[in-house]
Design a protein around this ligand. Structure first.
Ligand SMILES: Cc1cc2nc3c(=O)[nH]c(=O)nc-3n(C[C@H](O)[C@H](O)[C@H](O)COP(=O)(O)O)c2cc1C
Length: 218
């Protein structure tokens, strides 16, 4: 296929969305409960990694960065993900703790947009999650200075070997620069695709510690 054909495909390929309404009456009064309802539907829809989300952060000069990661827990207090605290996202969060998560479930024609404040979870929560990870992932957390430049793949592989030897036969402790963050939401939007681009958008905004629901124009 030529580049011209690729571009034609991108430019002209159109599909309509199914007619599956989502309205104010159907939407729970609690957006975390609503996330849970949609999550269960995502789980039974053969979606690859339904817990994957795009996290956006912004550095202190106002420049945004986005990347996919896994939301590993959620509750009334927020959405938890695990990462390296010294990574690019970690340094952004240190400078500016506002962040946004975007969950896209194409098979369900759904998007969830979450804005919130990001804070590290407590050490015991990170320890518990780290201890349950496969050993190879634990070694990886030690060996990877996430987001830093390395010479080549070999450098990473020799660090893996170094930590495999160092921790041989013993439990691997959590590195102090690896752990969880909680994004505590103040705004959550549920988007459901509808025909003719007349999509349903239900927005929840936290006002005086209460969630207030409204509808946005598509
Ligand atoms: C499907 C998928 C899942 C990922 N899950 C995580 C994750 O849970 N934690 C993480 O730190 N990076 C995860 N990554 C890697 C990130 O996208 C990113 O490369 C990494 O966190 C470094 O980002 P940063 O340099 O902006 O900090 C995942 C990537 C993909 C494609």
């Amino acid at each position: 296929m030529s580049l011209k054909e690729v571009k034609k495909y991108i430019n002209t390929n159109r599909r309509d969305f199914a007619d599956k309404p989502f309205n104010e009456e159907m939407a729970s009064n609690d957006p975390v409960e609503q996330y849970s309802i949609w999550f269960k539907e995502a789980m039974s829809s053969n979606i690859v990694d339904p817990y994957a989300a795009c996290l956006s952060t912004v550095d202190n000069s106002g420049r945004p960065s986005s990347r996919i990661l896994y939301i590993r827990d959620f509750n009334r207090d927020g959405f938890i993900f695990y990462t390296n605290y010294d990574s690019k996202k970690g340094s952004d969060i240190l400078e500016n703790n506002y962040g946004a998560l975007n969950v896209f479930w194409g098979e369900l024609e759904r998007q969830i947009r979450i804005k919130g404040l990001i804070k590290k979870v407590d050490d015991s929560t990170s320890d518990k999650y780290f201890n349950d990870r496969p050993r190879a992932s634990q070694i990886g957390a030690w060996a990877s200075d996430q987001s830093q430049k390395i010479k080549n793949r070999k450098e990473l592989e020799s660090k893996i070997k170094f930590y495999e030897d160092k921790f041989k036969g013993i439990n691997i402790p959590r590195p102090s620069n690896w752990g969880g963050y909680n994004l505590s939401p103040y705004q959550i939007e549920f988007w459901q695709g509808r025909p003719s681009r007349l999509h349903d958008r239900i927005l929840y905004v936290k006002e005086n510690n209460q969630w207030v629901k409204s509808r946005l124009s598509p």
